[in-house]
Design a protein around this ligand. Structure first.
Ligand SMILES: Nc1ncnc2c1ncn2[C@@H]1O[C@H](COP(=O)(O)OP(=O)(O)O)[C@@H](O)[C@H]1O
Ligand SMILES: Cc1cn([C@H]2C[C@H](O)[C@@H](COP(=O)(O)O)O2)c(=O)[nH]c1=O
Length: 216
């Protein structure tokens, strides 16, 4: 049975890398993927991983109908055996419904990759719809870590290392960024709630906020 799968996690946990691996393994067996993305850091029409891999992708526009796009593509005699949608948090809820229809009516697997919550720990509308509609939600195995050593579950937006809580929901950026730029840092819930980033905590080894890294 074809599926809509939502691979979710924090920023920097390997979602785009996994998307590229899925694409690589399927293309090695002669399958052809339709790859959608939106607002990738590498630029328009790109799906990129921090490991340095990048591939071309279809840049999704605001009001683009993804189901109609695939029907049109297939009706022209072109192939698509499965679909990858990276940065799926930036898709509109209606576009997630269209991806579900691709699974149900066209019989294609759809693999969507994205962060679930924004810098205020609120669901992105596209991610909310994925949670509502996905056949399966997969949390990535390689966990990103908070500065304290705990599993990172939240995305913080920072300016000069300080966590900010006001601003637009969508601001493209990275965990590696220059001074003065808007950046991001992944944190555990405890430190996201306390607005304690690596910089503001001083990442002090003896701080009571440093958790032991447990093997489990
Ligand atoms: N120099 C490196 N050596 C090994 N692994 C790295 C390196 N740089 C990044 N990574 C891995 O890549 C992951 C980020 O991958 P990426 O696919 O770009 O993440 P996401 O799409 O979830 O933001 C990091 O969590 C880390 O596991
Ligand atoms: C938390 C948060 C993130 N973003 C942006 C920042 C990046 O451009 C992407 C996430 O990309 P990644 O491949 O998962 O690292 O989302 C945003 O616009 N708003 C936010 O609140």
């Amino acid at each position: 049975m074809p599926e809509l799968v939502f691979f979710s996690g924090t920023m920097d946990c390997g979602k785009s890398t996994l998307a590229l691996q899925i694409e690589h393994n399927r293309s090695a067996r002669g399958l052809v993927g339709m790859i959608f993305t939106r607002n990738d850091r590498a630029g328009e029409g790109k799906l990129s991983s921090r490991l340095g891999l990048v591939t071309d992708a279809v840049e999704v526009a605001d009001d683009q109908d993804l189901y109609a796009y695939l029907v049109d593509h297939l009706s022209q005699g072109r192939r698509a055996d499965y679909v990858i949608a990276d940065e799926a948090q930036f898709l509109a809820p209606g576009q997630i419904d269209q991806l579900a229809r691709v699974v149900d009516d066209l019989g294609l697997d759809v693999y969507a990759f994205g962060i679930t919550t924004d810098f205020r720990s609120k669901l992105f509308p596209g991610s909310q719809r994925l949670v509502e509609l996905a056949d399966r939600i997969e949390v990535l195995q390689v966990e990103a870590l908070c500065w304290c050593g705990a599993r990172a579950t939240h995305n913080a937006r920072t300016i000069d290392g300080e966590m900010v809580v006001e601003g637009a929901q969508v601001v493209v950026g990275d965990v590696n960024h220059s001074a003065g730029e808007i950046g991001y840092e992944v944190l555990c819930r405890r430190h996201h709630r306390r607005r304690m980033t690596a910089a503001t905590s001083g990442a002090a080894a003896l701080s009571p906020d440093v958790l032991p890294v447990s093997p489990a």
